[in-house]
Design a protein. Structure first.
Ligand code: ATP
Length: 786
């Protein structure tokens, strides 16, 4: 147990404190068990509940979903249920301590007295913000450390007047607990930081929902952790708004999403969609890879013009007159008629597939008229003059409007006519158009003229059958907008689903009304935040899907809030797809412009955002590095200075006494030596993780050499030893990092120094550098050896 120097607790006193906290924590777990049993019982009853028919089925599904969600939430908070306690100074509104944990628990038998307060509730805030200088009524902040359900320690800070000194120069809250958390071995999966959130992080996590907030921070400053805790906070605080539309968290790649995947469930939140930009086009797997040059060009805003041109290129008119053979007769569409039809269709400003109807209508009118004239002249040539009856006038027309409509209809169904008209203005999907464009030199040449240089155009050309790439996805999304789709059938399906959802929602509320075990207060709480409309939107009755799951299947879904991590890597086209998913512009954007590796990425937030929100975005900064020890940051700072002497590295929160090492190894020998190098690092991190960060062309050979190292198998989701290129290591962290051939890492990318900076800052404890070429000046601070 650690205590602040002035709390005067002796060893027997500490044991007594731990025992007292154990008693309370056991009571909380008892309450958790009771809640769990209740949810289980309700779930079983719901599953068993009889009745067939749609209403009964909707009710059963509703109740099952509600109780399963509750059960999942109660199970997710088992580890570290309670982690904090606040005692207030005399005269404060609260004279008894409050306990802070992963969710709220109440004592129904004592007027719903709070037993445990959710960390997101406003009353919990002083736990994260109070300092000795500004105690906010807090006399003592206590971190309670538990292992399973056992209290193993308490860390106290006395904050009331006269106790200054419990926070150091970085203004850390709960320093002992924080340092203990940071010293933990990494497992390969990110953990939550709910017990040790720091004040500058808390202010970002709890910021308002609306508007665009950019969080800029150097490596290890907790940007990812803050982004995820913000998602949990927003879902708790703005549940009503966000449950219906969902929250989207965007990360750079699937390795990263796996790494962060457990954080939100551990905070009891499962309603968030985690996705890369490349996964935002439902039904399409972007498994291919572009060259960096192609990815950069595809990411440019100029691609909007290229795609617009490519769509217009599919709206053609014949060079000469177009002749169509219909039932032995040749009908002719001359260029002028087609041009006028095209202008009319384009003039509607509808997307291509919807404007097509206008184009076809015009041409069918023209064909039908021709056909009628043809028929009339045949009739007139062959039939002798018949005198008019008294009530007839001679307007020259033998066929009336109904005949014209019939002829038009026949033409519209004639396969030859359809083929001819489709040839001029085809109905086309985004996939068909993009694939045709990127595999046809002629189409590419036409669409890129005036927008890309010839050599840039050539970079885009690819072979038919190539895999889709992540950089294709924003282009497909853009095309989906430009092309549009005839959505009559979709709208009918949606209306049907809304009717079902409404029936479902009413069912849920009925069940809550009938359930006698739900206490009145609880009923009030539920109906306070839910009504049938809200519930109907929230849950898909037909499929039992949540908003996040429905969003994953719907390209046109718009989210209540979008959080973007490693946002500096996104291209201009990526931003367009994200802005389309978030018309409310309620966004949290986290990143570090010093770490941009992608040539399509950004080095200025304004450069990206001004286009969408002018200057109405706010910037917050994180300044303390929780990951990388000072010894490693000193070395990394040299690289940062080479990137831009104006940039400042974040301040490390701890030192390890372990200097980074460097050693030369001839390139040909690296494969032979890497295993012994990694073995030393594995021993140094005692069960922690090791990453070997390499230039692309060493990845395969070194992975093969290190197969099985540290007991890692190919199926491991969280391997102890990983061999990665820098772009795949982005956002991740490891206990020890070995950077191989840093000069090649720098040389192989347009932003090579940024990549090196990222590589050096992945380590939580140890860093080694293996030079295969000349030593780099910026790394001269590392010690020779190993
Ligand atoms: N308040 C905190 N308490 C405990 N651990 C923290 C805290 N803040 C950050 N960390 C830890 O610091 C490490 C770095 O955090 P994170 O990955 O979120 O940083 P980042 O800013 O996204 O880094 P990068 O830009 O380098 O990817 C993680 O292990 C995270 O859990």
């Amino acid at each position: 147990m650690s205590v602040s120097p002035n709390d005067g607790t002796d060893s027997a006193g500490k044991s007594a404190e731990i025992a007292a906290e154990q008693e309370y924590v056991s009571l909380l777990y008892g309450k958790l068990d009771a809640e769990r049993e209740l949810a289980e019982r309700r779930l079983t009853e719901a599953l068993r509940s009889g009745g067939s028919g749609p209403q009964a089925q909707a009710e059963r599904e509703a109740a099952t979903a509600t109780h399963s969600d509750r059960l999942a939430q109660l199970s997710s908070v088992e580890q570290g249920l309670c982690f904090g306690r606040l005692d207030f100074s005399e005269g404060h509104d609260d004279d008894s301590p409050i306990y802070i944990g992963r969710l709220g628990l109440f004592d129904e038998s004592d007027d719903y007295k709070p037993l445990l307060i959710d960390w997101r509730a406003p009353v919990s805030r002083p736990f994260y913000l109070a300092t000795a200088a500004s105690p906010d009524g807090v006399q003592r902040r206590r971190h309670i450390r538990t292992l399973t359900r056992r209290v193993v320690g308490v860390d106290d800070e006395i904050l009331d007047l006269g106790s200054a000194g419990s926070s150091d120069h970085l203004g850390l809250a709960g320093e002992a607990a924080l340092l203990a958390a940071l010293e933990q071995r990494r497992t390969g999966a990110m953990s939550d930081i709910v017990a040790t959130i720091q004040a500058e992080q808390d202010r970002i996590i709890r910021a308002d929902l609306s508007g665009v907030m950019v969080v800029q921070g150097g490596p290890g400053t907790g940007k990812t952790a803050v982004a995820l805790h913000r998602a949990a906070f927003l879902l708790y605080t703005y549940r009503r708004q966000l449950d219906t539309r969902g929250v989207l968290v965007v990360g750079p790649n699937s390795t990263f999403l796996r790494y962060i995947g457990q954080v939100l469930p551990s905070l009891g939140e499962t309603g968030v969609l985690l996705s890369t930009v490349g996964e935002l086009f439902p039904g399409l797997a972007a498994t291919g890879a572009d060259s960096p040059e192609a990815a950069e060009i595809k990411g440019r805003l100029a691609m909007v013009d290229v795609l617009t041109a490519a769509v217009r290129d599919r709206q053609t008119v014949p060079d000469e007159a177009l002749e169509i053979l219909v039932e032995g007769e040749v009908l002719t569409l001359d260029r002028g008629v087609c041009e006028r039809a095209r202008e009319k269709a384009r003039g509607t400003l509808k997307p291509h597939n919807l404007a097509r109807r206008v184009f076809l209508d015009r041409l069918l009118d023209a064909l039908a008229e021709q056909s009628v004239q043809r028929l009339e002249s045949v009739v007139l040539d062959n039939v002798p003059d018949i005198p008019l009856a008294e009530d007839e006038s001679d307007d020259g027309d033998l066929l009336d409007a109904r005949d014209l409509a019939t002829i038009r209809q026949e033409l519209a169904e004639d396969p030859t006519v359809l083929t001819a008209l489709n040839g001029l203005w085809p109905k086309i999907t985004p996939q068909e158009l993009l694939s045709d464009l990127l595999t046809s030199p002629e189409r590419l040449d036409s669409a890129t003229r005036g927008h890309l240089a010839d050599d840039e155009r050539d970079v885009l050309l690819r072979l038919p059958g190539s895999l889709w790439t992540p950089a294709d996805v924003p282009l497909l999304d853009e095309l989906a907008e430009l092309l549009g789709e005839d959505d009559t059938a979709i709208r009918a399906r949606r209306a049907q689903r809304e009717r079902e959802d409404r029936a479902y929602a009413e069912g849920v509320l009925d069940i809550l009304d009938q359930d006698e075990e739900i206490f009145d207060e609880e009923r009030i709480r539920v109906s306070d935040v839910l009504d049938a409309d809200l519930l109907a939107e929230r849950q898909d009755a037909a499929s039992g899907l949540t908003a996040a799951q429905r969003a994953a299947q719907d390209r046109t879904w718009t989210f209540g809030h979008v959080i973007v991590d490693e946002a500096q890597e996104l291209s201009q086209m990526d931003w367009r797809i994200l802005m389309r998913r978030c018309p409310s512009r309620s966004m949290t954007i986290v990143g570090d412009v010093s770490q941009t590796g992608s040539p399509a990425g950004t080095s200025s937030w304004g450069g990206v955002l001004d286009r969408y929100v002018a200057d109405r975005w706010r910037l917050r900064e994180l300044t303390v590095n929780y990951r990388t020890p000072a010894e490693i940051m000193n070395l990394a700072a040299g690289v940062l200075a080479e990137i831009d002497p104006e940039l400042r590295a974040p301040t490390s929160v701890r030192e390890t006494g372990e200097q980074p090492w460097q050693r030369p190894v001839p390139r040909a020998d690296v494969a032979g030596e890497i295993r012994s190098i990694v073995d030393v690092e594995l021993a140094g991190v005692e069960g922690g993780t090791v990453a070997v960060l390499v230039p692309a062309d060493l990845e395969g050979s070194l992975s093969a050499e290190l197969a099985g190292a540290g007991g890692t198998t190919a199926e491991d989701d969280n391997p102890r030893v990983s061999v990665l290129t820098v772009d795949r290591a982005k956002g991740l962290e490891f206990d020890a990092v070995v950077v191989v051939a840093p000069d090649e890492v720098v040389a192989e990318s347009a932003r090579g120094l940024n990549d090196l900076y990222v590589a050096l800052t992945r380590a939580t404890k140890r860093l080694g550098i293996v030079h295969t070429g000349p030593r780099m000046g910026a790394l001269s601070g590392a010690e020779n050896g190993r």
